[in-house]
Structure formats: structure tokens, C-alpha cells
Design a protein around this ligand. Structure first.
Ligand code: GN1
Ligand code: MG
Length: 353
């Protein structure tokens, strides 16, 4: 993909560039590493306008950026890479097709993990998310818009899955029978979630806390949270749950060899401790009591999302081959099965913290 001239010309930093390379492993937006002629590096990102409501992105990001600057200064912390202003003083610039772009500082030596290498990384990543949530708790939640309508909504995701079953190709269907059956059989998770949703406090949360949305730098001593497009009112259950989903398996989300996928209890314990410590215990009893349900729900939702996308020929997630989303579905099922089978023990651990 070519970066439009008007975007590069909108920033002093990118008026003269040497190279622009695709960067990172995101499934939705397009991200580039830019090197300027004077060898400075920047991260340029195009927000996917088929996924996100662009106006809401500009609005929510604006609230976050306005407040994070002061918060970081006051608390002497750095929570996320800086977003640079355009020559017109804006954090977002529109291209001719109506997509928005943003330019961020590049953090030298920063890395994102697809798999957590050890329990310390899981602990520190979760702690970073907890600390980030403390910042989010200071924001005016009623000013936020929804960048994606009904984003984490297992019931809606189940309906979309049912619709996909009606229209999918026979061949696609046949290859996914065990995964379809698993999804139908576990619909009760939607009911379990619906039974508590109205008791949960609505908070502005991150909503996409997968491990590679946390950067490590300075010999893994420092962390930064990225991918702020999904910040909007929701519940902390999903943020906790998405960490369980992505930190605990020793294999990537799209591992084809299912025997390599598993659940590492020491990572579960480390991330649970890290998140609660990062939050300085700022969780209501109803939230803490339902963290594990959050993990079950978000993993189940993710199964439905990947499987639906596979059944519809992959309109949503970036894929490298036609069955990529089915492979992703299988890894998620393996993780969820472990949590279902060991739920009491896992919940006991949370209760004791
Ligand atoms: C997407 O953009 P990325 O790769 O950080 C997705 C998440 C999914 C995740 C699955 C806006 O996250 O919701 O959990 O893929 N983001 C959006 O890996 O749909
Ligand atoms: Mg990402």
C-alpha cells in the first residue's frame, strides 16, 4: 500500500522520508515504520475505516491525549508513546478517501511479544495494563463515543455466528464442524455473562489487551500500552480476560499444531497478580468476583469472531491463507476448554488475592 502524499506532507517529520516499511502484527490497522532522510524513525498508522467509526476515533483519542500528557507529568510515568501533531496542530490527518492517519514516536529497542516468554513478562505486562486502567479511571466517561458499536457483546457475536451459519459455503462448513459444535454447545457462557452484566460498573477501558499491545523496552524494565483505538466505555472483565487469552498459551494465536497450545498456570497467576497490583486493588467486589467469567466470555467471543470470519470468507481479520481464522479458532477453543475444566481452581486463586 502506498502512503498518500498529503499524509506525508502533513508532518514536518515525514516531509522527506527515506523508507516506509510495514510494521507490527496488528490484524486491523496498517502500520508503517518510517525512516526520514536524517535517519529519524517514526510509526505511521492508518486506521481501518471499515472497522472503526472515524469520528469517534478522533474524539476519543483527543480526550485520551489531552489528559494523558498532564497525568504522565503529574505522576512521573510514561504510559504510551507520544502521538505527534501535524503541521496544523492535529493528532489525526484525513486522506482523500476519508481514512485517518496518525504519527507516533518510535521507541528504540521496544519489542512486542506474540508469546509471553516467562511469568515475569506476564506479570509486568498485566501490571502495565492495571496502571493504564488507573489513568483511564480519571477520564470523563460520558464524553466518550463508541469507536465500534457493541464491540464486546457476546450475544451480538453469537447472533452474527448464527447468521454466518445460514449463508456460509458447504465446504467451509464441513471443515469446521467440531468448532461449530463447540460454539453451539457453549452458548451458556453468553447467559452467564448476561446474568452479571447489569451489576458491573461501566468504565472506560482499553478493550484490546492482547500481549502484543504492550511494548517492552529498556531491557524489559519498562512497558508502554499501545493500540488505543478501542478505548471506550465497557468493563474491566474483558481487559483482564484478553490477557488470560493471550498470555497463558506457549504457542501463538495461529499455531497450527494444536498439541503446542496450552494453558500455563504460572502465567495466569502472574498476570492476575500483576493486574490487581497495577490497579492498586481498585476493583469492586463484583468485578473481582467475575474476572474469570470475563476470561471465559472474551475467549468464547473470540472463538465466535474468528469462526464467523472464517465462515464468511474472512472479511474482517487479516489472513495469510483461507483457513487462518479456523486455525485461530482452534487455539482459542483449547484455551477455553482448559479454563472450563479447571475453573474452580483458577477462581480460587483469584479469590485469595
Ligand atoms: C484485533 O488490531 P489487533 O490485532 O490488536 C482485534 C481484537 C482481537 C484481536 C485478535 C479492533 O486486535 O479485538 O481480539 O485482533 N481488534 C479489533 O488477535 O477488532
Ligand atoms: Mg495491536
Amino acid at each position: 500500500m502506498k502512503i498518500p502524499e498529503n499524509i506525508l506532507e502533513s508532518y514536518h517529520e515525514t516531509k522527506n522520508i527515506k523508507s516506509a516499511e510495514p510494521f507490527g502484527g496488528g490484524h486491523i490497522n496498517d502500520t508503517f515504520l518510517i525512516t526520514s532522510v536524517d535517519n529519524q524513525k517514526y510509526i505511521l498508522q492508518k486506521v481501518n475505516k471499515n472497522v472503526f467509526r472515524t469520528d469517534a476515533i478522533v474524539k476519543n483519542y483527543g480526550i485520551v491525549l489531552k489528559n494523558i500528557f498532564e497525568y504522565q507529568k503529574k505522576n512521573n510515568v510514561k504510559l504510551t508513546p507520544d502521538i505527534l501533531k501535524s503541521v496544523n496542530g492535529d493528532f489525526h490527518v484525513f486522506d482523500e478517501e476519508g481514512s485517518v492517519w496518525r504519527l507516533a514516536e518510535f521507541i528504540p529497542g521496544a519489542k512486542a511479544y506474540a508469546i509471553s516468554p516467562d511469568a515475569d513478562v506476564s506479570y509486568n505486562a498485566a501490571k502495565a495494563m492495571g496502571r493504564f486502567q488507573l489513568f483511564l479511571n480519571t477520564l470523563p466517561s460520558d464524553e466518550f463515543d463508541f469507536t465500534i458499536i457493541n464491540f464486546h457483546d457476546p450475544e451480538r457475536r453469537f447472533k452474527a455466528f448464527e447468521e454466518a451459519l445460514k449463508v456460509t459455503d458447504k465446504d467451509l462448513y464441513k471443515k469446521a464442524i467440531p468448532e461449530i459444535e463447540f460454539s453451539l454447545k457453549n452458548k451458556n457462557i453468553v447467559g452467564e455473562y448476561n446474568a452479571v452484566v447489569n451489576k458491573l460498573p461501566s468504565k472506560v477501558t482499553h478493550n484490546d489487551t492482547k500481549l502484543d499491545n504492550i511494548l517492552f523496552y529498556d531491557d524489559d524494565n519498562k512497558t508502554l500500552v499501545i493500540d488505543l483505538d478501542t478505548i471506550m466505555p465497557s468493563t474491566v472483565l474483558f481487559d483482564y480476560g484478553d490477557m488470560v487469552r493471550t498470555f497463558t498459551s506457549p504457542a501463538p494465536e495461529d499455531e497450527k499444531d494444536i498439541t503446542k497450545v496450552g494453558f500455563r498456570k504460572e502465567h495466569f497467576e502472574a498476570l492476575t497478580k500483576g493486574y490487581i497490583e497495577g490497579l492498586e486493588g481498585d476493583l469492586e467486589p463484583v468485578e473481582k468476583d467475575n474476572l474469570l467469567l470475563g476470561a471465559k466470555t472474551i475467549i468464547y467471543e473470540q472463538i465466535l469472531r474468528f469462526l464467523t470470519d472464517y465462515l464468511l470468507n474472512n472479511p474482517y481479520y487479516k489472513v495469510k491463507y483461507p483457513e487462518h481464522n479456523l486455525v485461530r479458532t482452534r487455539t482459542q477453543i483449547k484455551i477455553l476448554e482448559y479454563i472450563i475444566d479447571n475453573g474452580d481452581e483458577l477462581k480460587d486463586f483469584i479469590d485469595k488475592i
